[in-house]
Ligand binder design. Structure first.
Ligand code: PHE
Length: 455
């Protein structure tokens, strides 16, 4: 029964764009720039690229094959492929991770809606850089406004989930992803030509390895997992809707390239703009909400209409990029509840949405009214971000690589990667080698090193 009302992607390009829709989101345009800023710039980016291509892509192929082979939600997948073992806990941890990320991610997704409205009512016009800092701070500290947007965003996600993913996502991804790409390129050109932008470009291109510590590695790895939607069964859930003839390696490669391009281009928008107006690049989560509105004003100062149009378009597209990601996280938890506990899809989705709203409210308030309540020195929002991105996702990736590299029958792995021998995949051996030896060891070393530093 579960199979029929699950979504199914209609075309190969739909598969790529939906997976890229999950991957490309706030992680690229919001999180990547401030993590880069916090971790010293170009050296971080190099380590990040290593994490994406050496660890990320083989693990993405693994998640794809787990999902497509089992045709089940992420916890069910391990039940199908490894019956009566404890592997199901890896799937369950993924579900929990997705649920936690969705809760705090939706807070930021909600901010994008506020900025759509601000841009739409032309309230950026005539503001100075310091005004943008003040207005962001007063908005995020406001007890009500962010909550309303958070709820709206989750309800929007909910409505798409209960309608089924295929028509909404696949169709909108085909329009929105290329549009986002074009807009990003235009904005990048504007940003790098701002006066004083050179310092930002240098920050992105000149690695300073003296800033590299264990925690820079951990941040880069966490960012790679987060941005590629890996380590929580998100892409395995999507892959359970893939067709038999989809090439898993090609899809993974396309998603990896698209996701990385968007992140790097976003860096070239934010940093030149930030340096140009003297904003510190390590500004944290508020970075893009302060620098970007300013870029629009400065770059098009002679043509206010253009500044207006670009601001509105950008925040609309940012909201859409966030939406295609929240849907994918919501789907992980909804599919799990629906298939494992036999809730109707609608009821499962409602449960997810309501619980995420409640948790999201805590996260949102922790940036303003309840800022002083902290654990390990982090407020709820930062704690959720740290625990999920830097611990749970890499841990999920670790287990996925062991599962496919060591546990799963090699015939199954080969059959999935080569589509039953119909595809020639030259890098098959490399993928297996990485999954067996490189990925688990690298993740373990980065963890142990960081824990040592913490002590
Ligand atoms: N990859 C998404 C982004 O970059 C976030 C995400 C993480 C989505 C985990 C799904 C699963 O915004």
């Amino acid at each position: 029964m579960a199979k029929n009302d699950r979504a199914n992607f209609g075309s190969k390009i739909g598969v790529i764009l939906a997976s890229a829709g999950s991957a490309v989101g706030l992680g690229n345009i919001w999180r990547f720039p401030y993590e880069t800023g916090n971790n010293g710039g170009a050296a971080f980016i190099l380590i990040y690229l290593g994490c994406v291509f050496i660890l990320g892509l083989p693990i993405m192929v693994s998640e794809f094959l787990i999902g497509r082979r089992s045709r089940a939600n992420t916890a069910g997948a391990y039940r199908v492929l490894a019956p009566r073992t404890q592997w199901k806990w890896v799937g369950r941890m993924g579900v929990l991770t997705g649920f936690l990320i969705l809760s705090y991610y939706s807070v930021v997704a909600g901010w994008t809606l506020e900025y759509v409205v601000e841009a739409g009512t032309n309230s950026f016009a005539g503001k100075q850089p310091s005004d943008f800092i003040n207005s962001f701070n007063s908005f995020s500290a406001n007890p009500w406004r962010p909550l309303i947007w958070l709820i709206l965003f989750l309800v929007g996600t909910h409505l798409i989930i209960i309608k089924g993913v295929e028509k909404g996502i696949e169709k909108s991804s085909k329009i929105m992803m290329p549009a986002l790409f074009i807009l990003i390129i235009i904005l990048m050109v504007c940003s790098v030509t701002l006066p004083g932008a050179g310092a930002g470009i240098e920050f992105l291109l000149k690695p300073d390895f003296s800033k590299v510590t264990g925690s820079v590695f951990l941040s880069a790895m966490g960012q790679a997992f987060f941005s590629l939607s890996l380590g929580m069964g998100c892409l395995s859930t999507y892959a359970s809707y893939f067709g038999k003839d989809t090439s898993l390696t090609k899809t993974a490669f396309s998603v990896g390239i698209i996701d990385t391009m968007v992140a790097i281009l976003a860096g070239f928008i934010i940093f030149p703009a930030a340096f140009s107006v003297g904003i510190e690049p390590d500004h944290g989560p508020s970075l893009i909400f302060i620098t970007l509105p300013n870029v629009f004003q400065q770059a098009f100062s002679g043509v206010p209409l253009l500044a207006y149009i670009f601001s509105v378009m950008f925040y609309v597209l940012l909201a859409v990029a966030a939406l295609t990601s929240t849907i994918s996280m919501h789907e992980v938890v909804t599919a799990y509840l629906h298939e494992e506990f036999k809730f109707t899809r609608k009821r499962a989705a409602t449960l997810v949405t309501i619980s995420c709203i409640v948790l999201g409210i805590f996260c949102s308030l922790s940036l303003g009214p309840t800022k002083s309540i902290t654990l390990f020195g982090l407020n709820t929002f930062d704690l959720f971000d740290y625990v999920t991105a830097k611990i749970m996702l890499p841990l999920g990736g670790f287990f996925v690589s062991i599962f496919v590299g060591w546990y799963l029958d090699k015939n199954i792995v080969k059959a999935e990667i080569t589509n039953n021998g119909t595809l020639k995949v030259n890098i098959y051996k490399i993928i297996i080698f990485i999954l067996r030896y490189i990925a688990p060891v690298a993740i373990a070393i980065i963890f142990i090193n960081e824990l040592g530093i913490l002590k």
